[in-house]
Design a protein around this ligand. Structure first.
Ligand code: IPD
Length: 271
C-alpha cells in the first residue's frame, strides 16, 4: 500500500490524542493505588489492572475512530482488521517502574502498514508518551521526529568507547543470564550503561540525543514499534545482527557509524 505524508501525519495526530488520554487515565489510576493483577512469563513479569484498563481504553478509542484497522497489543488478543493497517500498542511500557512509582514508564502506540512483525511492516506513525514528565516523543514516516516542538536528531560521530549505551533485560532467568554475559563483554568498551526500564523511552531518549545507542535481546514488537520509527526519523539506524532486521533475537539502534561499531562488538559474543 502507498501512503502519503499527510495520511501518516493524520494517523500520528490520532495516535497522539489516544496516547495522551490513555496516559492521563493511567496516572489517575496509579494515584488511586496499584497492585499486581497477574504474572505472565515468570513471577516478575507482571501485569497490573492499570495495564489492562489502559489497553482497553486505547482499543476502544482506536476502534471508534478506525473500525477497519487491526490492533496488536501487549495485554489482549489480536484484533484482526481489514484495512491492512495495524496499531501496535504497549499500554504501559515500564510496568515495573509504574509499580515502584519510578517516573519512567510510557504509553507507546504505533500504526504500521502490514503485519505486526518488524521484518515485514512499514511503520507510518509512532508516539511515546511519558505521562509523568509530560514528554511526547513522536514521528511520522517522512515527517521527522519531534519531542514536543523540538526536532530530534540522534548524536552523530560518537565513537564506541565514548558511547552512553542503554539496554534492558527480560524476565526469564536463562535469558537474563545470557544478557548479563553480553553486558560483561560490552561494558568495558563503552562510556557507560543505562537501564531505564522502558524500551520505548530508551528509543525516544536515543532520538533526543540523551543516549548514544541502545540494544536489547528479547524485545516484543509493541516495545519498539513506535520508538523505532522515532529513531529512524531522527536519523538513526535500527536492525539486528549480521544484516538481519530487528527482532526478538536482537535490536540495536544508534547513529549509522556507531550502529556498525556496536553490532560488530555484539556479533563477537552473541551467536
Ligand atoms: C519491558 C521494558 C523494559 C525491557 C523489557 C520489556 P514491559 O516492557 O520495555 O525496558 O527491558 O524487555 O519487556 O514489560 O514493562 O511492558
Amino acid at each position: 500500500m502507498t501512503h502519503d505524508a499527510a495520511a501518516s501525519a493524520d494517523l500520528l495526530a490520532l495516535a497522539r490524542r489516544i496516547a495522551l488520554v490513555a496516559g492521563e487515565h493511567a496516572v489517575e489510576e496509579r494515584r488511586r493505588g496499584i497492585s499486581v493483577a497477574a504474572t505472565k512469563s515468570t513471577p516478575t513479569d507482571i501485569v497490573t489492572a492499570v495495564d489492562r484498563d489502559t489497553e482497553e481504553r486505547i482499543r476502544s478509542m482506536i476502534l471508534d475512530a478506525r473500525p477497519d484497522d487491526g490492533i496488536f497489543g501487549e495485554e489482549e488478543d489480536t484484533h484482526v482488521g481489514s484495512s491492512g493497517l495495524n496499531w501496535v500498542v504497549d499500554p504501559i511500557d515500564g510496568t515495573v517502574n509504574l509499580l515502584y512509582d519510578i517516573p519512567a514508564w510510557s504509553v507507546s502506540i504505533a500504526v504500521v502498514d502490514g503485519p505486526p512483525d518488524p521484518a515485514h511492516w512499514n511503520a507510518l506513525a509512532g508516539v511515546v508518551v511519558n505521562p509523568v514528565s509530560g514528554e511526547v516523543f513522536e514521528a511520522s514516516l517522512g515527517g521527522g521526529a519531534r519531542l514536543g516542538d523540538r526536532e530530534l536528531h540522534v548524536n552523530e560521530d560518537v565513537p564506541l568507547n565514548r558511547a552512553l549505551v542503554a539496554t534492558g533485560f527480560g524476565y526469564a532467568v536463562e535469558r537474563r543470564r545470557s544478557q548479563a554475559e553480553v553486558l560483561v563483554h560490552v561494558l568495558p568498551r563503552i562510556r557507560d550503561i543505562r537501564r531505564i526500564g522502558s524500551a520505548a523511552l530508551d528509543l525516544g531518549a536515543l532520538a533526543a540525543g540523551r543516549l548514544d545507542a541502545y540494544y536489547e535481546i528479547g524485545l516484543n514488537p509493541w516495545d519498539h514499534a513506535a520508538g523505532g520509527l522515532i529513531v529512524r526519523e531522527a536519523g538513526g539506524r535500527i536492525g539486528g545482527l549480521r544484516g538481519e532486521a530487528e527482532s526478538d533475537r536482537m535490536l540495536v539502534a544508534a547513529a549509522p557509524a556507531l550502529f556498525d561499531e556496536l553490532t560488530a562488538l555484539l556479533e563477537e559474543t552473541v551467536v
